[in-house]
Design a protein around this ligand. Structure first.
Ligand code: SF4
Length: 349
């Protein structure tokens, strides 16, 4: 493994990541195991750039992204960003959940970027690769500096998250929303507690996420819900969809956008192994449903979308994407710039 050959004078514990892993994009600082984060290793790096252009942006709802972390302790078994750890020669299963790369200089880099004469104030999407409000953010506190920079330059931005930690930055978000377009989306694919515990073991409970939606909305920051993923045969029964949309409506979400589970390479192997362990009777059905590749058939996606839209209407949730800045659609967590370059990987999660 490439990490094994690495040394860095500033490494405190274990091995430090190598600049070569990030190409011209980063220099290493140190690797840290923290007692408060048992089983998690943080690889702190000083990135050389922080604003990424999305390849093929004409097909994407945004052109620029900022991702202060790689890897995600939220550990969703279906996470589409898993494959990105492969680029670092890291494991896409447990390694993705526990080997977290932290761009410790993200706020200062962003501020410098926004000040540049070459920057024209385009929209910046966050949470498009991994969750910027995952647990690590409680330790590193990168987002306040990032939001402050965006606020100070009145630069429009959006955040997609499953992390209730976003409420820590409510005042800053409110300040930013006074001077620019701010779009917040919280991801809640289902409210079934059993499904949540096994599929999204490191995330706050769906109810807590919906509490965050309520708090954001009460603070005057419109918040949509990305109902993702709708998991075939486990989270798609009519009563499950109804329970989720009803809870989303009660939380005051400005929109609900359903997305059916995708199984891209990297995520597919991990998810299918989990399925075989927890629901072995479903493995054949999944193989048939995803026989054509990463996506469920169009008829299935259309059926779920129609059901959710009908429920949204019944419960009085505004049309999809109401409340987001006009120029912005809901960003796609787990879709990296690298992935965006591949046409087959463009669909929402
Ligand atoms: S789906 Fe989102 S919250 Fe879940 S592990 Fe991936 S990046 Fe983290």
């Amino acid at each position: 493994m490439r990490w094994e050959n690495l040394t860095d004078d500033r490494a405190e514990h274990g091995r430090a990541p190598d600049a070569a892993l990030f190409g011209a994009d980063a220099v290493t600082t140190r690797t840290v195991d923290s007692p408060e984060f048992r089983g998690v290793t943080f690889h702190e790096i000083r990135a050389r750039s922080i604003v990424n252009r999305v390849p093929g942006a004409s097909r994407m709802p945004f052109e620029w992204t900022v991702n202060p972390y790689r890897g995600c302790t939220h550990a969703c078994v279906y996470c589409f960003a898993r494959n990105t750890h492969r680029y670092l020669d890291l494991d896409t299963g447990l390694g993705f959940d526990s080997q977290i790369v932290v761009k410790v200089n993200a706020p200062e880099l962003l501020r410098r970027h926004l000040a540049s004469r070459r920057w024209h104030g385009d929209h910046i999407a966050m949470g498009t690769n991994v969750d910027c409000y995952q647990r690590a953010e409680g330790r590193y506190r990168l987002m306040p500096g990032i939001i402050e920079a965006l606020r100070d330059y009145a630069n429009p931005f959006s955040i997609l998250t499953k992390g209730t930690l976003i409420l820590r930055d409510l005042d800053l978000l409110r300040q930013a929303a006074e001077v620019t377009d701010v779009g917040i989306s919280v991801s809640v694919g289902f409210v079934d507690p059993q499904l949540w515990r096994t599929v999204e073991p490191g995330t706050p409970a769906p109810e807590r996420r919906l509490d965050a939606v309520r708090a954001l909305t009460d603070a005057g920051i419109g918040c949509g819900v990305l109902m993702a993923p709708v998991i075939p045969f486990l989270g798609d029964r009519p009563e499950q969809l109804r329970a989720t949309v009803r809870a989303v409506a009660r939380a005051g979400a400005t929109s609900v956008t359903p997305l059916v589970l995708h199984l891209r390479p990297g995520a597919r192997e991990w998810f299918m192994a989990w399925l075989g362990q927890h629901h072995p009777y479903l493995v054949r059905r999944y193989e048939r449903l995803y026989a054509e590749g990463a996506y469920a058939p169009k008829w299935y996606q259309r059926r779920v979308t129609r059901q959710v839209h009908e429920l949204a209407e019944e419960y009085g949730i505004g049309p999809s994407r109401v409340g987001l800045p006009r120029r912005v659609r809901v960003p796609e967590q787990g879709t990296t710039p690298e992935e965006a370059a591949a046409p087959t990987q463009l669909t929402l999660m």
